[in-house]
Design a protein around this ligand. Structure first.
Ligand code: CO
Length: 415
């Protein structure tokens, strides 16, 4: 089963690719695509809407006003290096690309990797086309130790503007990114109205460890949760309303038209309610009766840095799904919102672990508190434990993701 995830993550270098893969799987399982621009509004037994790097899918919406919905939220984006508009630069005889840091990647991990370029173009007729190179075309070479003698003792300091530009050609001063992109996508330059592109590691995901205990790959945060959510939605049997919301832009704060702080989930919930003749009262009560599981990866305790954890609440790899707690509301979990997740875990025979950060180390946050604040829906923050979060090459266990799918199915089914 982890091999299906490995295949999907290998095929998904950007959030748009994650969403395209999700849309394909949903369509194969009878979910109908609703286009935001069309007259047809979200409704029905199985449907989904896609907008840029975000997808929201639902099942059994006919009874949403009576039952509320079980909602699973996750994010499609990962931190990394995006290619700037007008990216071409030449230094001496090198051709390089201007990049912009997206979110909070571990920058050192991007050095000396074999990098491809992926993204999408928007044609003048309004259609979009995804692209990804099938091999590496760029690299950010690290400075040799002989020219930086103290790096191992004093640490690597990277100037984000000066030190991150990849090289992608030499002695080709007429190299143009736009011309290259036109050739790659087989679309005339004049037909490409705009594009979005980013670097990605061409090394594929791999199962590793003495007994195949671990999975190593790019973008485990948070494509593992997206994969598990879609798998649970299409495979669970159940007739109560269920929704999966996979948002872009979590790594940069979620504040965008398609981020968790935007109106997309609210609009879908209201459309589903109105389509079933719900009144404003019905809509407000459906929010009260709904429940959300915000799923994003958690920090497993690192054996070389156990001092970074509070040991009573330090998650272990392959010991179950992590529930995240933070009294300061960086996570949305509360004593009362936790009950449906505890019940679902018991029924699925999935172990739960807890994470709470040390008081002197600020924890991250997730879409959980944002969605809860916006909609007033009871929310719990959970996720698979992993190491190397925001590295270009992250790592998790091979057992925990399967537990996550089992937990999600039990949660969506409400039994
Ligand atoms: Co994340």
């Amino acid at each position: 089963m982890i091999s299906t995830f490995k295949h999907q993550i290998d095929q998904s270098p950007t959030a748009s690719h994650v969403v395209a893969n999700a849309a394909r799987i949903l369509s194969e399982h009878g979910f109908i695509a609703y286009h935001p621009s069309s007259d047809s509004r979200p409704h029905g037994e199985r449907g989904f809407v896609v907008r840029n790097g975000t997808v929201i899918a639902w099942r059994n919406s006919m009874r949403i006003n009576e039952h509320g919905a079980r909602i699973i939220g996750a994010h499609t984006d990962s931190p990394g290096l995006h290619i700037k508009p007008r990216p071409d630069m030449t230094v001496l005889n090198w051709q390089q690309l201007h990049v912009e840091v997206y979110g909070g990647p571990l920058l050192n991990s991007w050095l000396d990797r074999d990098l491809g370029i992926a993204g999408h173009i928007v044609r003048r007729d309004g259609t979009t086309q995804l692209f990804a190179t099938d091999h590496a075309v760029a690299r950010i070479p690290q400075l040799a130790i002989h020219l930086d003698r103290e790096v191992n003792d004093k640490g690597l300091i990277l100037n984000r503007h000066q030190h991150l530009s990849p090289v992608w050609s030499v002695d080709q001063p007429s190299t143009s990114f736009d011309a290259w992109l036109s050739e790659l996508t087989q679309c005339d330059r004049g037909e490409i109205a705009s594009w979005s592109a980013q670097l990605f590691d061409t090394q594929r995901g791999e199962i590793i460890g003495k007994n195949n205990e671990f999975f190593a790959s790019s973008r485990i945060d948070n494509q593992i949760s997206c994969w598990a959510a879609i798998d649970a939605l299409v495979s669970v049997d159940g007739d109560t309303p269920m929704i999966i919301a996979l948002f872009d832009h979590e790594e940069v704060g979620s504040e965008s038209a398609v981020g968790a702080a935007g109106p997309m989930l609210e609009h879908v919930l209201e459309s589903l309610s109105l389509h079933n003749n719900g009144s404003r009262f019905d809509y407000l009560s459906l929010l009260q009766h709904s429940h959300c599981m915000s799923v994003d990866n958690a920090h497993a305790v690192h054996p070389n840095y156990v001092d970074r954890h509070e040991m009573n609440n330090a998650p272990l790899i392959n010991h179950g799904v992590v529930v995240k707690h933070n009294a300061n509301q960086r996570y949305a979990t509360s004593a009362s919102s936790l009950l449906p997740v505890v019940a679902a875990a018991e029924k699925a025979k999935v172990s739960l672990q807890t994470f709470s950060s040390r008081n002197n180390i600020a924890c991250g946050s997730t879409i959980g508190p944002i969605a809860a604040t916006r909609l007033g829906i009871d929310t719990v923050d959970i996720g698979v434990p992993q190491l190397s979060m925001h590295s270009i090459r992250e790592m998790c266990g091979t057992k925990d993701p399967l537990d996550l799918v089992a937990l999600m199915r039990s949660y969506l089914k409400r039994s």
